[in-house]
Design a protein around this ligand. Structure first.
Ligand code: ATP
Length: 649
């Protein structure tokens, strides 16, 4: 770590002007996965060779020549040698691979077509249709699949086409079950309901709403099963039920070679190696395709995140000093998401502090970096893809990024607690709220279950949940949204935190419940001396609860001051426009106006002021260099070269 090599997003804005695509192309993403690329290269090579097989100067694969039997590889005129009938092995291998690939891919497509159709219909209609179709599929699955395949070929008679049908049929249940599961999850989503309400018929809904959403899963399933189907086809041919003599496929070649394995090992080793290479390359490519089609895998969202955000700092803040009673000090914090060659500078040098028993609001439009700032404070940004690339966070006088994992974990839910916007997604659906509170209490205190339960009930009472004793046995789905948020707050209060970080805790609630929750938080703050970092996009909420407020835009704080200063005398044009968006009670004639344009993408920030393109006071100087955060006195500061002095709102 060095302290001088600051490469923050705005330290050299000229470099940021470079245009970059939001997301690399699918091909680029695939090419980055070296194993998948290797698989793709091998597979393309094999496919090219089998496509041009008829025009290759190869001897007839079925022409026998007893005088030339069992020649070793590299023999004259026979690069891979000959088999027990003197047939050229290279020619048989290439023709055999062509047959195996064609049968394997065709079987996959047939299984995918029928299996997916069954899965979609069954998952979409549900009820009796689902029951009948799935019981049929269960019956197919009740037999060991290879026995079933053998039985089908035995009934239809040996032959390649019959092997193809058998392999396709035994794989239909696999597709049907997979796709049904995905369809059930989609069939009741709001966009499907909206399509139904708009009068679309079932067939159109399936084709336009369901199919595009399950298509990636179908493609992924095909790509991961085609190798398996080639193996199964080879297995049937190996047993003499697939390709019939003299036709070669990889399985039948292996079967013939097996009889002479001790005298001419190459007869089985060569087709065996080809099956291995083919199946491996298809599987590697399949895995790569799966990663490309699921952006969450590529971004690391589905990977197991590290317990602490990755810290790779080029600086440790500007060394700013803060008042003595500061509980949280954030100094030039920078957090980035690295996706391939793109880095998303979600937090680009943020500094603020929260004093004891103080409530500081963090306000800004959606995407301005409020949540990432809040999560970065205690290393909760998922890594990958998030990295803290600069700055320092001091909590209660200690450097958070210099602490051990255990120490940070101790602070989380202990001295500092989070309250999130949607408590339904943070509360466990299968445990009662009492049990979840008990768990939160016992994670930081060595108390008995009974004592923790009593404390849990007390906490529920404290956040004004009626009948806390009996409500403690309720599950999250049995509570209203407002009550769930109270439980979220009770959970945050469980260990008497010194700081509560509340990320839009009232956004999902109606105004009456919102007012109750704000009052509750204010009372708790005053009763317990807790500090609050309150994240919101609503200036109305700020005016009710915050002592000071910081306004964020494109990952940076553009204005900061007391609530009175920022709300009534905004200095930054952005703050003024944000305030103008809020309707006021009792002022029906006041015009509210939306801010034109959109915030810049954080992977492509412009030089100078990030708000310049949307600002009606912009001048040339706004688009040059880095805009400093100027002190306007009395704790009021702004990042603007032309602040609005004395603007009265
Ligand atoms: N996992 C991620 N990968 C890539 N970019 C991300 C990720 N999470 C957040 N971002 C980006 O970081 C930026 C800041 O997001 P953040 O969630 O902090 O905004 P916000 O101000 O809290 O918005 P909201 O009010 O909508 O929650 C956004 O541009 C967002 O797209």
């Amino acid at each position: 770590m060095t302290s001088n090599a600051v490469t923050g997003p705005n330290s050299n804005p000229h470099t940021n002007a470079k245009k970059r695509s939001a997301r690399p192309s699918a091909f680029k993403l695939l090419a980055r996965n070296q194993l998948a690329l290797m698989g793709a290269v091998i597979l393309v090579l094999v496919v090219l060779i089998v496509i041009i097989t008829p025009i290759l100067p190869l001897p007839d694969p079925d022409a026998t020549d007893p005088a030339q039997r069992l020649l070793r590889p590299l023999a004259d005129g026979h690069f891979l040698g000959t088999d027990h009938l003197g047939r050229d092995l290279l020619s048989r291998l290439i023709w055999g691979t062509r047959v195996s690939l064609a049968v394997g891919i065709s079987a996959s497509l047939v299984a995918a077509l029928f299996g997916s159709a069954i899965g979609i219909v069954s998952g979409y209609f549900g009820g009796r249709t689902d029951n009948i179709m799935m019981r049929g599929i269960d019956m197919l699955m009740a037999f060991p699949y290879i026995l079933l395949a053998l039985a089908i070929v035995a009934a239809l008679g040996p032959g390649l086409m019959n092997a193809l049908y058998a392999i396709a049929v035994v794989n239909i249940p696999f597709f049907a079950r997979n796709i049904r599961g995905v369809t059930v999850g989609i069939a009741h989503r709001e966009f499907v309901d909206a399509a139904k309400l708009s009068g679309k018929g079932h067939v159109r809904i399936i084709l336009t709403e369901i199919l595009p959403n399950v298509m990636p899963v179908i493609v992924i399933t095909i790509s991961t099963t085609v190798g398996w189907m080639i193996l199964e086809t080879a297995g049937l041919s190996f047993l003499g039920l697939g390709a019939q003599p003299p036709q070669a496929d990889l399985g039948s070649m292996l079967g013939e070679g097996r009889k002479l394995i001790t005298t001419a090992m190459h007869l089985s080793a060569i087709p065996g190696a080809m099956i291995f290479v083919l199946v491996m390359s298809i599987n590697l490519l399949g895995d790569g395709i799966r990663d490309v089609l699921d952006p969450r895998l590529k971004s690391g969202a589905l990977a197991r995140p590290a317990p602490l955000t990755r810290i790779d700092r080029t600086d440790e803040g500007a060394g700013t000093t803060y008042p003595d009673d500061t509980i949280l000090a954030v100094d030039e914090l920078r957090t980035e998401f690295v996706l391939g060659d793109d880095s998303y500078k979600a937090v680009g040098g943020v500094s603020f502090h929260v004093g004891k028993n103080e409530c500081v609001g963090l306000v800004g439009e959606s995407g301005s970096g409020k949540s990432v700032t809040a999560l970065s404070l205690l290393g909760l940004v998922a890594s990958p893809p998030g990295t803290i690339v600069g700055g320092r966070v001091m909590f209660d006088g200690k450097d958070v990024y210099g602490m051990s994992e255990d120490d940070v974990r101790d602070i989380r839910g202990g001295k500092a607690a989070y309250v999130f916007q949607d408590p339904l997604s943070t509360l466990h659906p299968l445990f009662s709220i009492g049990d979840q509170l008990v768990e939160a209490i016992r994670a930081h205190n060595a108390v008995s279950y009974k004592d923790a339960w009593a404390k849990a009930v007390e906490l529920l009472g404290m956040v004004r949940i009626p009948n806390p004793q009996s409500r403690a046995d309720n599950y999250p789905h049995q509570l209203s949204g407002g009550m769930r948020q109270r439980v979220g707050i009770a959970m945050a209060l469980a260990n008497e935190p010194r700081l509560i970080i509340a990320d839009e805790p009232t956004t999902a609630l109606d105004v009456t419940v919102q007012a109750q929750i704000l009052k509750l938080m204010n009372n708790l703050r005053n009763d317990h001396g807790t500090s609050v970092l309150f994240i919101t996009h609503d200036f109305g909420v700020v005016s009710e609860i915050c002592d000071r407020v910081a306004v964020m835009y494109a990952g940076r704080i553009v204005e900061m001051g007391t609530t009175e200063q920022v709300l009534h005398h905004p200095a930054h044009p952005y703050t003024k426009r944000l305030i103008d968006c809020v309707p006021r009670l009792g002022e029906p004639d006041r015009r509210t106006s939306a801010i034109p344009g959109l915030p810049p993408a954080v992977n492509n920030l412009p030089a100078g002021c990030a708000f310049a393109d949307r600002c009606d006071r912009v001048e040339d100087a706004c688009r040059v260099g880095s805009i400093a955060f100027d002190d306007l006195g009395e704790g009021h500061g702004v990042r603007c070269i032309k602040p609005m002095e004395g603007a009265d709102v």
